[in-house]
Write a protein that binds this ligand. Structure first.
Ligand SMILES: *Cc1c(COP(=O)(O)O)cnc(C)c1O
Length: 433
């Protein structure tokens, strides 16, 4: 191994002395675009549910790279699968097939209980999976009478988040994300998921033309871990089915075990037994390796994009496919869906009953939880947690998101409950205590 170029050597090659976090943060801001704000810490290593920063401090990772690192950090099975595939055949382009990508596509169709004729398209991210779903919706819309001047409408939800590329952004509701980049791809409308009349109006048979698709997350992650109201998806399925529109379920954040089942919409409380037309996944799928997928249900949807109508250089890459196959295999072998339900229950019950006057309630499912606070101090809670050795995420001014690795133990969950039960009397900036 002595002739390996290791990470430390590469740091030296770019002129680093690896000395202090402050120095790396300074170099970061000199070399990277400022789209993310100042990084909270410089992280150098991870193991299981823990990561370490450049100053040697340890943190319990309750965010897992934003609901990504399903198996935690440095998982031996995942590392071995990626290394073995890269050493055997790393990348070939989609002019060629690989057994690994075929096996993963079959695995996903099986986990999704997708009917005969269903097919998968691989991507590198959630946004790209939703771009492909957007293109499926455009093709469905043109079959239903939409034109380039007047496309069939795509219905998206207030609070919904589908990514930062232009098509995914067009279906994302937050004005601050969209407005600097207008014009958006056209034909997208938003409905308020908490107002049933708003959904009915979108599908009303009037002169606004046909509906191509409705896109929804079972739990709106970026909106602060907000589950859809009961009955919403079932009614959306009825309305889309009645007019031939696609029901697209974005499981990028909720999928692959995060909520305690392979897909959140498989749970009666979240999906109400609906069978979708399209499901998108990404975040947790590769256990930290970038990979996403679009699952198209049934022959009609699976053939909306024909040869030459969509493509990708990296999507379906055998290394990414090997990472995803290994992640799924470990979730299954180690009973992690059960673990998510048990440990998610410890977190949810513990935090909602922890007695802190700052905690209002806990939303979500499995290991995707939003702790709603009684004051808009989520950023202060996250900063305090970091000092105490926990990574949590201020997803909204009054909500802390927890999305830890699916391998989290009950003891680790109890340490998070203790953190919440001992929160100091935090106040919004500028407010006197
Ligand atoms: C994160 C996320 C995306 C975007 O995924 P990227 O991999 O960041 O492109 C899309 N939809 C949902 C629900 C997400 O949580």
């Amino acid at each position: 191994m002595s002739d390996d170029v290791d990470v430390t050597t590469q740091m030296a090659l770019v002129g680093g002395d690896e000395s202090s976090a402050a120095r790396w943060t300074e170099r970061y801001s000199g070399a990277l675009m400022n789209t993310f704000g100042t990084p909270q810490r410089v992280l150098v290593r991870g193991e299981g549910a823990y990561v370490w920063d450049a100053d040697g401090n340890r943190y319990l990772d309750m965010l897992a790279g934003i609901a990504v690192n399903a198996l935690g950090h440095g998982h031996a099975t995942l590392t071995a699968a990626v290394g073995a595939q890269l050493g055997t055949l790393g990348h070939v382009s989609n002019f060629f097939a690989t057994p690994t990508q075929v096996a993963l596509a079959e695995r996903l169709l099986d986990l999704a209980s997708a009917p005969d004729g269903s097919r998968v398209f691989f991507t590198n991210s959630g946004s790209e999976a939703n771009e492909a779903a957007f293109k499926l919706a455009r093709r469905a819309g043109s079959q239903l009478g939409g034109t380039s001047e007047r496309p069939a409408r795509i219905i998206a939800l207030d609070g919904g988040f589908h990514g930062r590329t232009m098509g995914a952004l067009a279906m994302t509701s937050r004005a601050a994300y969209r407005e600097p980049f207008e014009p958006m791809p056209g034909g997208v409308e938003f409905v308020d998921p908490s107002d049933p009349a708003s959904l009915e109006r979108a599908f009303a048979d009037d002169d606004r033309g046909p509906v191509a698709a409705l896109v929804a997350e079972p739990i709106q992650g970026e909106a602060g871990v907000q589950p859809l109201p009961a009955g919403f998806l079932a009614r959306a399925r009825e309305l889309t089915a009645a007019c031939g529109a696609l029901l697209i379920i974005d499981e990028v954040q909720t999928g692959i075990g995060r909520t305690g089942s392979w897909f959140a919409h498989h749970q009666s409380a979240l999906g109400e037994g609906v069978v979708p037309d399209v499901v998108t996944v990404a975040k947790g799928l590769g256990g930290g390796f970038p990979v996403g997928a679009v699952i198209a249900y049934g022959e009609r949807v699976a053939t909306l994009l024909g040869p030459g109508q969509h493509g990708t250089t990296f999507g379906g890459n055998p290394v990414a496919a090997a990472a995803a196959l290994a992640t799924i295999a470990v979730i299954e072998r180690d009973g992690l869906l059960d673990n998510v339900r048990v440990v998610g229950g410890v977190l949810r019950d513990g935090i909602s009953g922890c007695g802190s006057p700052l905690v209002a309630d806990v939303r979500g499912a499995g290991l995707l939880l939003g702790v709603r606070l009684t004051r808009p101090v989520a950023a202060q809670v996250a900063a305090y947690a970091l000092e105490e050795g926990f990574i949590v995420n201020a997803v909204a001014p009054d909500t802390v998101r927890l999305a830890p690795p699916l391998i989290l133990t009950s003891d680790q969950a109890r340490s998070v409950v203790d953190l919440f039960s001992t929160l100091p009397d935090l106040r919004p900036p500028g407010e006197d205590s």
